[in-house]
Design a protein. Structure first.
Length: 70
């Protein structure tokens, strides 16, 4: 998926009410990489406020296991 498509997908997700009404891992993992990047997490202010704390391996993304502790 190219950068433009990712950006458009993030914008669409951010503008949808689903982005703020109980986000789940698969909804946030827009590119299907198996991890949530900071860019993908940016649509959820609460998640972003906890991102550094949840990213226990400090690799800049949240695994399903890390996300489950949110």
């Amino acid at each position: 998926m190219n950068t433009l498509n990712k950006t458009l997908a993030l914008i669409a997700l951010a503008s949808s009410s689903a982005a703020f009404a109980g986000t789940d891992f698969d909804t946030l993992d827009i590119d299907g990489s198996g991890a949530i990047s900071q860019s993908e997490a940016s649509v959820d202010a609460e998640l972003m406020s906890k991102f550094a704390e949840l990213d226990t391996d400090q690799n800049g993304e949240l695994s399903k296991e890390e996300f489950s502790k949110a």
